[in-house]
Structure formats: C-alpha cells, structure tokens
Design a protein around this ligand. Structure first.
Ligand code: COA
Length: 175
C-alpha cells in the first residue's frame, strides 16, 4: 500500500487529511512559524502545533512556556489551531491521534537536506504518515528562533519578527 509507484485505489485508507501536525521546537515561536500555520489553514481544517523534542537543542524557554506562547497566538481561532506537546516520536503521536499529515516549512535550499532526511526517517518509521512541505513567505526566509534569541540577548530589536507577547517574554528572559 505504501509503495511509491502504487496508484491510489478506491480502497485507499481514508484517514482524510483534515488535520495536520506541525511539529517543532518553537523556542520561541516566530512570525515565520505563524506564516506556515496561516498557509496550512488554507489546506487543512485544523492544525495541531506540537512542541516536540529535538535532542540536539537545549531550549531557552520551558516546555510550558513554549506551549503557552503558542496558545496565546491562537486565542481567536475557534479550535482550528490546537497546541500540544510530545516527548516521543512525532509519527507515534500522529498514529495515536489518527492523523496522516505532518507539515514542515521550507525557508531556503539549506533547509532541504535536513527536512529530506527527517521526512524519509518518519516515512520509514510509519509509511502511512506523509510530510507536506509549505514554503515560507519571503519576508521570513532569513529568520530562525536562534537568530531571534541571539539578537534579543544582545538587546537587539526583534519587533516584527515575533508576536508582541513573545517579544515581551524574550525581554523578560534576558533582563
Ligand atoms: N520561519 C522561521 N523559522 C523557522 C521556520 C519558519 N517558517 N521553520 C523553521 N524555522 C527555524 C526554527 O525557528 C528553528 O530555528 P533554530 O534551529 O534556530 O531553533 C529551525 O528553523 C528548525 O526548527 P524547527 O522547524 O522547529 O525544527 P526543529 O529542528 O527544532 O524540530 C522536530 C525538529 C522537533 C520536529 C524533530 O526533531 C522531531 O520530530 N522530534 C521528535 C522526535 C522525532 O520524531 N524525531 C524524528 C525521527 S528520529
């Protein structure tokens, strides 16, 4: 069923992609992430933003802080965006919640290698969960959570790159 060259058939499993996961470290969420979520909402009825663990990163914000900074962005979204976390594999979370799509954002060619490996590893682990790539808006291709943290740490102005409550949270962290 999961062979790449197999044609869709009427019996193809219908875990219709109405809901997608959007996983990341989100340390913290940026306007670039919000841009991906906005684009994703054109395609999916609901997006679950999942704060997950990247073992190579030591986050500045706690898990709770990261989740609540994301939640704050989506107060008025009438349940179309939900926030959750996992300390396990994203594909396991997808299977447990009967979700078949994972959204990842691409900023530049430099993202491709890493994303390609991640998507193929996820496909190897659970072939029925597909990764869907969305292109970030041009105005966000140069930003990353680390870049923003570095600037904020040195009292640089990050307004316009993150939501205002995230800007305030960064100021508090580095005060
Ligand atoms: N706009 C701005 N910045 C963006 C962006 C966008 N649209 N998309 C990504 N970025 C930035 C992030 O801010 C982040 O910056 P940083 O490296 O400075 O922190 C960087 O690009 C990549 O971040 P992100 O997309 O959040 O990915 P990640 O590497 O932090 O997260 C996980 C990867 C968490 C999704 C992945 O490790 C994972 O799935 N972990 C769970 C365990 C698992 O299932 N592993 C896979 C199989 S082994």
């Amino acid at each position: 069923m999961d062979k790449l060259n197999q044609q869709p058939s009427p019996n193809f499993p219908s875990r219709a992609a109405r809901i997608a996961l959007y996983p990341g470290t989100f340390d913290p969420i940026t306007n670039g992430h919000l841009d991906i979520i906005r684009r994703g909402l054109y395609v999916f009825e609901k997006i679950m933003v999942i704060v997950a663990v990247n073992v190579t990163k030591t986050p500045l914000f706690t898990l709770e802080e990261r989740c609540s900074l994301i939640q704050e962005c989506f107060r008025d979204f009438n349940d179309r965006v939900e926030v959750d976390y996992t300390s396990g594999l994203i594909v396991d979370y997808a299977v447990e919640h009967n979700i078949s799509a994972i959204i990842r954002g691409l900023r530049a060619i430099s993202d491709f290698d890493y994303e390609f490996q991640l998507a193929l590893m996820n496909r190897k682990l659970v072939p029925s969960v597909e990764t869907v790539f969305l292109m970030t808006g041009f105005e966000w291709i140069y930003i990353s959570s680390s870049g923003i943290k570095n600037a904020a740490r040195l009292k640089g102005n990050v307004s316009g790159l993150v939501p205002s409550h995230v800007e305030e949270a960064l100021k508090r962290k580095f005060s």
